[in-house]
Design a protein around this ligand. Structure first.
Ligand SMILES: [Zn+2]
Length: 121
């Protein structure tokens, strides 16, 4: 749990003006915030999850329902497995790019078959 001092330090680095509450402190390249808590640098969305006394079971991660790595709004965070994260991503179309790639590969294969099959007949 956050101490009152940690909570003040945490929320001073959050912009709560939008729907997502954005971490405005230091972030990594992917947009995840960092917050020093429990004697280590943690991702900010994990820090707030634990800071509010929530817990994870084995194999669970803190996931974003809003898909925004910089968001630390507690009700946008939920516990789930890596598999849950994939399902969630697929449901929201985050895997669309990979699907597009698969679709392109399929088109290339079909185009090849179209040129090969007439020669086999
Ligand atoms: Zn959010």
């Amino acid at each position: 749990m956050f101490t009152p001092k940690e909570a003040r330090r945490f929320w001073a680095k959050v912009d709560t003006s939008g729907n997502c509450w954005i971490w405005i402190g230091s972030k990594d390249a992917a947009g995840y915030g960092f917050f020093y808590f429990q004697e280590k640098n943690q991702r900010a969305h994990r820090a707030v999850y634990f800071g509010l006394g929530r817990k994870l079971s084995n194999g669970q991660k803190v996931l974003h329902s809003c898909d925004n790595p910089s968001c630390v709004r507690p009700d946008h965070l939920f516990a789930g497995t890596a598999f849950d994260n994939m399902k969630d991503a697929a449901a929201k179309g985050r895997l669309y790019q990979q699907n597009q790639y698969a679709e392109r590969a399929k088109q290339i294969i079909l185009a090849c078959l179209e040129t090969v099959i007439p020669r086999l007949q």
